[in-house]
Ligand binder design. Structure first.
Ligand code: FAD
Length: 469
């Protein structure tokens, strides 16, 4: 009688409590990935990236004498079908924390219990389950620093090694071919450009972590804010897909700290920002939908996503090089440097006075590391409407930010081709990545900004004062 390992955002064999639990039951294991409505709802880049990750996990399972069964449909229907076909008596999975997955999982658990099938969820996506971190008053944390202080000394279990063999059933249930799902179909010009820049899978994730811990973590605190420095881990898409566990990253950070590497604690703090984002989403799921602070509901943001200003921002044609470089980096690689995310978001929500939801949706469509909690927290932090947000009146000036964090223009030059004799290959890749319908060419003139940083800043501050500060 097999047990089903329902694979979700845990595309890894190592440090996977759900898989380990399935194996420990002593029964044959049927790994199953379900293309359900939560997959359907993903943005184009995230969906493509998930598909690549699923295919890679399928290969890793095959190498261990197992398989990844692929099915499409509502999760409960698919599970019931596979249970009926295999006689499985139990389903295990790694927990998810976004509102849609939570609702689905609750319903699945209740229905399977009625069917007499054991359903068990395990921790695995986070270091700390969101409900286990409480303030002295018994509420949840709304400010990062006390959250960090509450968790930093907690014991985090060591990551568990990958299992050797995975016991297989006598016969396998039918499986879709991943190609028929066309996970990259919504990418407007196909996946060729993204695939050049996006490593996929558990082995690639581990390699990145090892390389980061060996070569970059010592200088991380000093260099992480420089977008051209290649000084961060680049693990976000792997973490989002669960190709590496947060615990493995945490212990790599702790080991580096023990070895006296100066930047290691800053890395741990960044991992905890991810935890904090999920803590906020768990306790206040509306963070992805509307202003976390209702006082912002009447603010004079434009909600028009296809105004000329919004369109120019989306296309990396604002005329502000730091902002445009950021938007193009995302188009080509599916990720964006953290400082660039802040500058691009600030330009949209403050200088252009466009609602953060316009930006949040655009990022959700184009990031391969799209994480609903970090994206929502990031946008509301920059916009000023979130918990623990930057004060609205603190408006990034992308010119002085560039002078400080991109003093030699390396980031700008990596991503902007217009006006250059021999543009960087990445800057040219942008023109391959964007839809032909935009009609953009590397030889186009670089646009002048619709609003200068000073004028945009004055307008934003006037709106802020009109709101009553
Ligand atoms: P590193 O600097 O190496 O950090 C290690 C890990 O810590 C990251 O992989 C990530 O998991 C976590 N982390 C680091 N910074 C943050 C942060 N500020 N908030 C939450 N977690 C963090 N991150 C996403 O993973 N997905 C998103 O959709 C996302 N959207 C964002 C939107 C905005 C407007 C902003 C300002 C930030 C957003 N971030 C998002 C956070 C951050 O920019 C990325 O996690 C980071 O740039 C990823 O690069 P890295 O893996 O090299 O990070």
């Amino acid at each position: 009688v097999p047990v089903i390992w329902w694979v979700r955002r845990d595309l890894r064999l190592g440090d996977n409590a759900a898989l380990a639990g399935a194996i420990a039951s002593g029964r044959p294991v049927v790994p199953l990935f379900i293309h359900d409505e939560t997959v359907e709802a993903l943005g184009a880049a995230a969906k493509w990236r998930l598909g690549e990750g699923v295919a890679c996990l399928g290969q890793a399972l095959s190498a261990r004498g197992s398989r990844l069964i692929l099915r499409r449909g509502p999760a409960l229907d698919v599970l019931r079908g596979v249970i009926a076909g295999t006689g499985a008596a139990a389903v295990v999975w790694s927990r998810a924390y976004d509102p849609a997955s939570v609702a689905r999982d609750k319903a699945v658990k209740a229905a399977l219990a009625e069917d007499g099938v054991e359903a068990r969820s395990c921790a695995g996506h986070l270091l700390f389950e969101p409900w286990t971190v409480e303030t002295g008053q018994g509420g949840f944390y709304k400010v990062y620093t006390p959250y960090w202080k509450a968790v930093r000394d907690r014991a985090v279990p060591e990551p568990a090694p990958a299992p050797g063999m995975i016991p297989r059933p006598d016969t396998w249930p039918a499986s879709d071919e991943i190609g028929t799902w066309r996970m990259g179909a919504a990418l407007r010009r196909g996946a060729a450009v993204l695939a050049r820049f996006a490593p996929v899978g558990e082995a690639a994730a581990q390699e990145r972590l090892d390389e980061f811990a060996a070569r970059k973590i010592a200088d991380y605190a000093e260099r992480r804010a420089w977008p051209a420095a290649d000084a961060t881990s680049g693990l976000s898409a792997h973490l989002t897909c669960g190709e590496i566990s947060a615990r493995a990253c945490w212990h790599a950070g702790l080991n580096a700290m023990d070895a006296g590497k100066a930047g290691a604690e800053t890395f741990l703090k960044e991992l905890v920002w991810r935890e904090f984002a999920w803590h906020l989403m768990w306790h206040s799921p509306h963070i992805a939908e509307r202003n976390w602070r209702e006082g912002w509901d009447g603010f004079a943001w434009s909600t028009e996503g296809d105004s000329p200003e919004a369109t120019a921002w989306k296309r990396g044609r604002t005329g502000i090089p730091f902002v445009d470089a950021a938007m193009r980096e995302m188009y080509v690689t599916g990720t964006m440097h953290n400082r660039a995310r802040m500058i691009a978001a600030s330009w949209l929500t403050k200088n252009l006075m466009i609602h953060w939801r316009v930006g949040l949706d655009w990022f959700a469509e184009h990031l391969i590391d799209w994480d609903p909690a970090s994206n929502a927290m990031g946008w509301q932090w920059v916009a000023g409407s979130g918990p623990d947000a930057a004060p609205y009146f603190r408006i990034f000036n992308p010119i002085t930010q560039a002078e400080k964090f991109d003093p030699d223009g390396a980031y700008r030059d990596a991503w902007i081709a217009e006006g250059r004799q021999s543009p960087d290959p990445r800057a040219l890749a942008y023109f391959e990545a964007v839809p032909r319908a935009w009609g953009l060419l590397p030889g186009d003139a670089y646009p002048a900004p619709a609003v200068t940083p000073e004028a945009g800043r004055r307008r934003a501050l006037a709106a802020y004062e009109a709101r009553g500060g």
